[in-house]
Design a binder for this molecule. Structure first.
Ligand code: NAD
Length: 428
C-alpha cells in the first residue's frame, strides 16, 4: 500500500475532472463542484482519565448542499486528514445524488484512536465536536452519521449535546442512533445489504447464478459482515476475509476454501472488526498476509475496509477468474488501478453506488425521526432494496447505451443532477 503518496482528495478531484470533461461542464460549475463549499477545522480539548488535558483536531466539511441538507458520517481515525475528509464529503454528494435522495454531501472526523480511549474520553470528544459546530449543523442544514470507528452510542452523545445547546428535541439532527432512541431498524444491515443488492443485480444482468459464485472480502466490520450475511444467504460462498490486527499493527487474511462461517468469525472478532488470529487458526482458518485477500481465485472481490487498496501495485495480482468488484469501502480503487480494471473488462460497482445503502437508510431514519413514526424492519429493507436496485439499473442502462465504464456512468448521472440543482438555484 503506497500510503505516503496517496491523497484521497486528489483522487476524488481527478475522478471529477474526468466526468466534467465527459459532461463538458462549464468552468464555473467545475470550480464549484471540485472543492467543498465550506470547511470547519477546530480543536477539541478533552480532560483525559489521567487528569491531563489533550487537544484533538476535528473537522466538518460540507461539499455541496444544492439538492438538500448535506449528509455524511464522522470518522474517528488516527490517520485522519483534512484531505481524506474533503474527498469523503465529495463522494457523499455523488452518493446521495446517484440514489436520488434529497441530500447533499458532507463528512466529519476527529484525529484520534478509539482503541486507546476510554468510553468517557470518547464521550467527551463527541460532545466537544458538537460544541464546535452546533451552529453549522442540524436537521435542515447538515446531518451527521457514524463512519469508521464511530457507532450508535457516539451518535446519541452527539444528539444529547446538540439538544442541550439548542433546547428541545431534534432527532433529525443525526442518524445512526440506537433503536428506540430515534434509530431506524435496518440501519446496521443497510450498507452491507445494499452492496449485495447491487451484486445480485449485476450477476443477474450477466446471466450468472449467485449460488455458483464465490467471493473474497477485505475488512470484517459493519459493511463486510452484513454483506457476507446476505451474500451467503443468497447462496454465495465467501472463502477469504481480512481484518486489521491492532496488536500486531498489520492486517491478516483468513482463508477457508469451504466457505467462512460468519457467526464463528463474529464470535472471535473484537468490536472494531479485528479477527483474533490465534483463535482463527485453531478453528482451521489459514492465516495469510493481509493483502492476500486480493489474489484469491474467486468471481467477486469486495473491498470493504479502507480507501487506496486496489492500486497500480495490487491490481495486477487480481486473478483472471475475477469478473466483478463491488466497492463496499469508499475510494478503495485508485484511478491508475481503475484503468487496469477497465482494460481487463472487470465489472466494477463503484463505491458511491455500491455502498449507498447506508446513506439511503440514514435518509429513511431522518424521515422517520422527523415524522416521529417508525417503520418495521421489512418495510425499511424493502424500500432500501427498491431504491438501490433502481439506481443501479439506471447506471447499468446508461453504461450500456453510451458504452461507458460503470464508474463513469454513475458519475455522469450523479454529477449531472448536482450541476443541474446548482444551475436551477442560480449559483452558476
Ligand atoms: P468498520 O470500522 O466497522 O470496519 C472496518 C474493518 O476494516 C475492520 O474489520 C478492520 O479490521 C478492517 N480493516 C482496517 N484496515 C484494514 C486493512 N488495512 N486491511 C484489512 N482490513 C482492514 O467500518 P465500516 O463501517 O465497515 O466501513 C468500511 C468502509 O466502508 C469504509 O471505507 C467506510 O467509509 C465505508 N462505508 C461505511 C458505511 C457504513 O454504513 N458503515 C457506509 C458507506 C461506506
Amino acid at each position: 500500500m503506497a500510503k505516503e503518496s496517496f491523497n484521497a482528495y486528489q483522487m476524488a478531484q481527478t475522478q471529477f475532472d474526468q466526468v466534467a470533461d465527459l459532461l463538458n461542464l462549464d468552468q464555473a460549475t467545475r470550480d464549484l463542484l471540485r472543492q467543498p463549499l465550506r470547511e470547519y477545522h477546530f480543536s477539541i480539548p478533552v480532560r483525559m482519565d489521567d487528569g491531563n488535558v489533550k487537544v484533538f483536531r476535528g473537522f466538518r466539511v460540507q461539499h455541496n448542499d444544492a439538492r438538500g441538507p448535506s449528509k455524511g458520517g464522522i470518522r474517528f481515525h488516527p490517520q485522519e486528514t483534512i484531505d481524506t475528509v474533503r474527498a469523503l464529503s465529495m463522494w457523499m454528494t455523488w452518493k446521495c445524488s446517484v440514489v436520488d435522495i434529497p441530500l447533499g454531501g458532507a463528512k466529519g472526523g476527529v484525529i484520534c484512536d478509539p482503541h486507546n480511549l476510554s468510553s468517557r474520553e470518547q464521550e467527551a470528544i463527541c460532545r466537544g465536536w458538537v460544541r464546535q459546530v452546533a451552529r453549522n449543523v442540524g436537521e435542515v442544514t447538515d446531518v451527521p452519521a457514524p463512519d469508521v470507528m464511530t457507532n450508535a452510542q457516539h451518535m446519541l452523545w452527539m444528539l444529547d449535546e446538540f439538544e442541550t445547546i439548542h433546547g428541545g428535541k431534534h432527532p433529525g439532527f443525526i442518524t445512526g442512533k440506537p433503536i428506540g432512541m430515534g434509530g431506524s431498524l435496518g440501519r446496521p444491515e443497510a450498507t452491507g445489504f445494499g452492496v449485495v443488492f447491487t451484486i445480485r443485480e449485476a450477476l443477474k444482468a450477466h446471466g450468472v447464478k449467485i449460488e455458483e459464485t464465490s467471493a473474497s472480502v477485505q475488512g470484517f466490520g459493519n459493511v463486510s459482515q452484513y454483506a457476507i450475511q446476505l451474500y451467503q444467504s443468497l447462496g454465495g460462498k465467501v472463502i477469504c476475509v481480512s481484518s486489521w490486527d491492532q496488536k500486531d499493527q498489520v492486517s491478516y487474511a483468513f482463508k477457508r476454501p469451504a466457505g467462512v462461517d460468519l457467526e464463528q468469525l463474529r464470535s472471535i472478532a473484537d468490536r472494531f472488526g479485528g479477527i483474533d488470529k490465534v483463535k482463527a487458526q485453531s478453528l482451521g482458518y489459514e492465516v495469510l498476509a493481509g493483502d492476500c485477500w486480493i489474489q484469491q481465485d474467486v468471481d467477486i472481490l469486495i473491498p470493504a475496509a479502507m480507501e487506496n487498496q486496489i492500486t497500480a501495485v495490487t491490481a495486477p495480482r487480481i486473478q483472471p477468474r475475477v469478473k466483478f468488484i463491488a466497492e463496499g469501502a469508499n475510494g478503495p480503487t485508485t484511478p491508475e488501478a481503475d484503468a487496469v480494471l477497465k482494460q481487463r473488462g472487470i465489472f466494477v460497482i463503484p463505491d458511491f453506488m455500491a455502498n449507498a445503502g447506508g446513506v439511503t437508510c440514514s435518509y429513511f431514519e431522518q424521515v422517520q425521526s422527523n415524522m416521529n413514526y417508525y417503520w418495521d424492519k421489512d418495510e425499511v429493507l424493502q424500500k432500501l432494496d427498491s431504491k438501490m436496485t433502481s439506481a443501479f439499473l439506471a447506471i447499468l442502462d446508461l453504461s450500456k447505451t453510451k458504452n461507458l465504464y460503470m464508474r463513469d456512468a454513475a458519475y455522469v448521472i450523479a454529477v449531472q443532477r448536482v450541476a443541474q440543482a446548482c444551475r436551477d438555484r442560480g449559483w452558476v
